[in-house]
Write a protein that binds this ligand. Structure first.
Ligand SMILES: [Zn+2]
Length: 173
């Protein structure tokens, strides 16, 4: 999967959740937190993959269940602290975790159990062809990019029209 698909689809799911839960986050905070989390596994693993000779095709530690569980634990602590202090951003750590999980889902990580369940199969990662993806060769990746782009345009329109939040950014937590 590619950046547009990752960022667009994660933002779309998180936005739908925000609407369902009737939250009104600051749009910029929402976009930055969900957007960064949506590509976090690639931001961590691609540079490591490049440094270590394209090991694992660029899917390493940050594409494991272990990593996502650690992210979830940290997010839960941040959520508890923010909620106790009644910060308006209190639920954003939960969206951060959600976006990381969506990344692993979109990467179809269950197809690579040696990485997903690391280190259950040993400490090494399977060597694979490193790639930034084969966009034109993969209908799945293409579809993901198109869906992601459509969602991004939709959210940008909402922002532009001032309709990102139903009751406005001050609407509470
Ligand atoms: Zn990835």
């Amino acid at each position: 999967m590619f950046p547009l698909g990752h960022v667009g689809i994660a933002l779309g799911v998180a936005f739908a959740l925000v609407r369902i839960l009737k939250k009104s986050p600051d749009p910029k905070m929402f976009i930055v937190i969900v957007g960064v989390a949506a590509v976090l596994p690639d931001l961590i693993d691609k540079p490591i993959g490049l440094l270590y000779g394209f090991q694992g095709g660029g899917r390493l530690v940050a594409h494991t269940l272990l990593f996502s569980v650690i992210v979830m634990a940290v997010s839960l602590v941040a959520w508890r602290v923010a909620t106790r202090r009644e910060l308006a951003i209190s639920f954003l750590p939960l969206l951060f975790t959600l976006a990381v999980w969506i990344h692993l889902l979109l990467d179809l990580m269950w197809e690579v159990p040696e990485v997903l369940l690391w280190p259950a199969y040993g400490l090494g990662f399977p060597t694979g062809e490193f790639s930034w993806g084969h966009l034109t060769a993969s209908p799945y990746a293409m579809a993901g990019e198109v869906v992601g782009a459509i969602i991004l345009v939709y959210l940008a329109l909402l922002l532009f029209l001032g309709r990102f939040n139903v009751e406005g950014p001050e609407g509470g937590t």
